[in-house]
Design a binder for this molecule. Structure first.
Ligand code: ZN
Ligand code: ZN
Length: 301
């Protein structure tokens, strides 16, 4: 349900464009956000800032843009193992050398991994061509399983991206190739060094797979994490309550966001939202290198 705040501002801090695995171009995403009555939208494509310029250019009156990215990271799970977590990074300088180097390492690794997965499927007789698949993706875009899923839909192997994940591409499937992500502590420091802030995304979306313990979140807060995404479509009411309490205890900013992916998922933009106070607190914790961009006329001061 849309949770408009008292003064009518709707702030959605987690969306994906076609620059990663969403279906809207950055321009379309900005238009959708404006038409849906949002006041502030964050563009947080997976491991890339390639959509920032286009989104900024499309910004209409009354809409503000928080430039961000969603970083896949490796984290201790608190039980002696390792888990993948998603870290929302906001308002950092994408040209900081530490960021540039890590982004390009990850992109290369992702392409190689997708190539391996497609080759495994082709070896089993599925009509996918690993080289063609990679050639069809822009060189600077992060390659991910959704791209292989869409190729499987196009080849008529499955009817939907969801079915491709369920049948072939889930993390326990035999075509899966694992990857090396940035350690989450490194990522938190890297984004802070580049002037930005970090928020742990959908930390307790337990049906998605293994998650981390509250103790690990405590460590991340000590390492400089700024916020927790509390309201997320994949969080149950009890997960939201646990995270809200943890955020209160650790003095972390509580955010809410849709994780909009266009028509790849059924969630509407602005379906979950963040309060203006929470956004202001996040902005206050940046070093101001990359400002929030405002459309010409602000809808609210
Ligand atoms: Zn995510
Ligand atoms: Zn996301």
């Amino acid at each position: 349900m849309p949770c408009s705040t008292l003064d009518g501002m709707v702030i959605d801090l987690h969306t994906h464009s076609s620059v990663s695995d969403g279906t809207d171009t950055p321009t379309e995403l900005i238009t959708t956000a404006a038409e849906s009555g949002l006041s502030v939208v964050a563009l947080t494509d997976h491991d890339t800032t390639a959509g920032w310029a286009e989104a900024a250019a499309a910004l209409p009156d009354g809409l503000s843009l928080v430039r961000g990215a969603e970083l896949s990271c490796e984290s201790p799970n608190g039980l002696g193992g390792v888990v993948t977590v998603h870290l929302l990074a906001y308002l950092f300088d994408p040209d900081a050398p530490v960021i540039v180097a890590e982004q390009s390492r990850l992109r290369a690794e992702r392409r190689e991994r997708l190539h391996k997965m497609a080759k495994r499927m082709a070896a089993d007789g599925y009509p996918v061509d690993a080289d063609d698949l990679l050639a069809s993706l822009p060189a600077d875009s992060p390659a991910g399983r959704p791209h292989l899923a869409m190729a499987l839909v196009q080849a008529g192997v499955v009817e939907s991206v969801d079915e491709a994940f369920r049948v072939f591409l889930n993390s326990r499937g035999r075509f899966m190739v694992s990857r090396r992500d940035t350690p989450v502590h490194t990522a938190i420091q890297m984004i802070a060094d580049a002037g930005g802030v970090t928020v742990l995304a959908h930390a307790f979306a337990r049906h998605r797979g293994p998650t981390l313990t509250a103790d690990v979140i405590k460590e991340l807060a000590a390492a400089g994490l700024s916020g927790l995404e509390v309201d997320h479509p994949d969080h149950t009411p009890s997960a939201r309550a646990e995270l809200a309490e943890l955020a209160g205890d650790l003095r972390l900013v509580k955010t809410g966001s849709s994780d909009y992916h266009g028509t790849n998922k059924t969630i509407r933009i602005g379906q979950e939202s963040t309060s203006p106070e929470a956004l202001a607190e996040l902005v206050a914790r940046t070093s101001g290198v990359v400002p929030v961009l405002h459309g010409k006329v602000m809808s609210s001061g």
